[in-house]
Design a protein around this ligand. Sequence first.
Ligand SMILES: Cc1ccn(O)c(=O)c1
Ligand SMILES: [Zn+2]
Length: 258
Amino acid sequence: MAPWGYEKDNGPAHWHKDCPIANGKNQSPIDLINGEVKYDSGLKPLTAKYVPFSDAKFLNNGHSVQFQPSAGNGSELTGGPLAVKYNFEQFHFHWGNNDTEGSEHRVDGKMYPAELHFVHWNSTNPSFKDAVGSGGPNGLAVLGFFLKVGAENAALKPITDLIPKVKDAGTSVTVPSNFDMQAILPATLTDYYTYDGSLTTPPLAECVKWIVFKQPLEVSAAQMEAFRSVINRDGKPMGGNYRPPCPLHDRAVKTSFK
Ligand SMILES: Cc1ccn(O)c(=O)c1
Ligand SMILES: [Zn+2]
């Protein structure tokens, strides 16, 4: 099969051929149905501590645009549903070609125009790659933030300003070392959905503790438009780089809020 993508001939409906787990029982994303989630008072607050990176790239990998440090620097995620410390690996985005579509997770069937994923790996593993292959739902912890169009997002501006420089697949730029990743996050990481799931792109490994925040982040219309000029590895606009929701099967979605 041609490398996987989001086009008619290589999109999500084809992925099962190379990745049979695509039809597994713990796949992501899902539709977060408020009538079916369960409040869990045992869920602790989440703590993300992000240290500015001296050497990080912003790149177009053909299916997303991604902030990728060259090495770890002690940036980590703890708390919430997590039993151990998780190391920050990268963040990236999924978006649509218009404001009615773009997010991977949905809330009562509603899609947001985009979704931002902060990817972390279980620090009891030697590397990200080992964590993906570690088996079970505790290999990775991914924070999902919905994006909606509204006020300009000053914290994301240094990143969205770089988008035109990574328009084509395979391009990358160095991110200024004073970029403050912590500023992207809300002051307190409360009110989230959490469930056991998978990567939303091949290899679709079922190794992810998903933590999806109820409160969307805002970006301006201009910032949203910047994403829509990015080209994917098939030479088409990258917008639409989201996987449709997968069946929940017998999983429970817990919430940190009532
Ligand atoms: C590791 C990984 C790979 C793909 N996506 O979309 C994710 O959110 C996380
Ligand atoms: Zn993602």
